[in-house]
Design a protein around this ligand. Structure first.
Ligand code: 6DK
Ligand code: ZN
Length: 370
């Protein structure tokens, strides 16, 4: 069993500057945050926490490369790829589309390195060089649609890697599980009419994008039934996410029987995250990861490949990511989570009837899969 790891310093150089401070700022009042919320700090500390206890030595380092334009075009429109390049070429950078998804100077190449990193990881998994893997990339990708960037996302790396696996590596069916706190709307939209790619998103209901990710969004045409959403009420934590895993994600994966499971791996459903109001702990991520690993072992030779998405707490995201990676790599020792005592009470919160109802609605839809 080998776990692959993709990282590159360039990922930290994707410059979100202050231009997208509009999310939190009031320029008219002269108020601007010092840094964009999607800045390198949390992810830098994830990499450092993987490095420090020697975990890096247990992983197979996979070198990323830049996705080619042809590879991006399997998912994105020519005009959109050109738009990102044009913005990236500007001296001061620009924006992907919604006004708070900055494209720093040079970010076109970095976003291609993120998508290409995931391609390389998937390739290594399918070739059998690794069993599973984790790409610690920036910028994130799961909100990007074929022709629009949004929510800090430029290119949809997971979608690009899924299409690569189908076009070049001979895989037929791919499942994308997305447990970032925000709806994986871009990935869902790209595969909405395609029954060969199942998308399952667990997220905070009506958080971001606004009015997106309802259970009623279930796919169209040939793809009807192959998009699943579990919009969880704000405040959902360990009990709700584990229930959703058991009631929706695992049964859906079992029915779909993918050749590969891709994970949009956001840690912003963590209890200290500033960008959502969910309550997961590092132990929750560990347990959810264990369930996905077991599913991948059962269904697709252990092939579980994760791309880092959100996660904005510089002090807690690293411990959540570490728990994820320790589980993925089946390390014998675990680094102590210094906040475990503090969060134990959060994790003990019982399932509420509202959470159960939301999950129940999605459960009903699993039987449409075949
Ligand atoms: N904006 C992500 O973590 C990105 O999923 C989250 C992006 C949140 C944007 C901030 C926000 C609004 C809300 C309402 C109306 C307009 C704008 F992609 C990832 F980085 F992974 O709430
Ligand atoms: Zn998110």
């Amino acid at each position: 069993m080998t776990t692959g790891y993709v990282f590159h310093p360039e990922y930290l150089w994707h410059d979100t500057g202050t231009s997208a401070g509009v999310v939190l700022a009031n320029p008219a009042a002269g108020i601007a945050p010092a840094v964009h919320i999607e800045n390198p700090e949390a992810k830098r500390r994830v990499h450092e926490l993987i490095h420090a206890p020697g975990l890096l030595g247990e992983l197979m380092i996979i070198e990323p490369r830049r996705a080619t334009v042809a590879e991006l075009l399997r998912v994105h429109t020519e005009a959109y790829v050109q738009h990102i390049k044009t913005q990236s070429d500007l001296h001061g950078g620009g924006d992907a589309g919604d006004g708070y998804s900055p494209v720093g100077h040079g970010s076109y190449d970095i976003a291609r390195l993120a998508a290409g990193g995931l391609i390389e990881l998937v390739t290594a998994a399918v070739h059998g060089d690794i069993t599973n893997g984790y790409a610690l990339v920036r910028p994130p990708g799961h909100h990007a649609t074929a022709d629009a960037g949004m929510g800090f996302c430029l290119f949809n790396s997971i979608a690009v890697a899924a299409r690569h696996a189908q076009a070049e590596l001979g895989l037929a069916r791919i499942a994308v599980v997305d447990w970032d706190a925000h709806h994986g709307n871009g990935t869902q939209a790209i595969f909405y009419d395609d029954p060969s790619v199942l998308t399952i998103s667990l997220h905070q209901a009506n958080c971001f994008p606004p009015d997106s990710g309802w259970t009623t969004e279930n796919g169209v045409g040939e793809g009807a039934g192959y998009a699943l959403n579990v919009p969880l009420p704000p405040g959902s934590g360990h009990a709700a996410y584990l229930h959703a895993m058991h009631q929706v994600v695992l049964p859906a994966l079992n029915r779909f029987a993918p050749d590969l499971i891709l994970l949009a791996n956001g840690f912003d459903a963590g209890v200290f995250d500033p960008m959502a109001r969910q309550m997961l702990t590092a132990a929750s991520y560990r347990e959810m990861t264990r369930l996905l690993i077991d599913a991948a072992d059962r269904l697709c030779h252990g092939r579980l490949v994760a791309a880092h998405e959100g996660g904005y707490s510089p002090f807690y995201t690293p411990y959540c990511a570490l728990a994820f990676l320790e589980e993925l790599a089946a390390t014998t020792t675990h680094v102590t989570d210094p906040l475990a005592v503090v969060v134990a009470g959060y994790a003990a919160e019982p399932l509420t009837p509202q959470q159960q109802a939301a999950i129940g609605e999605a459960t009903q839809l699993v039987s449409r899969l075949h």
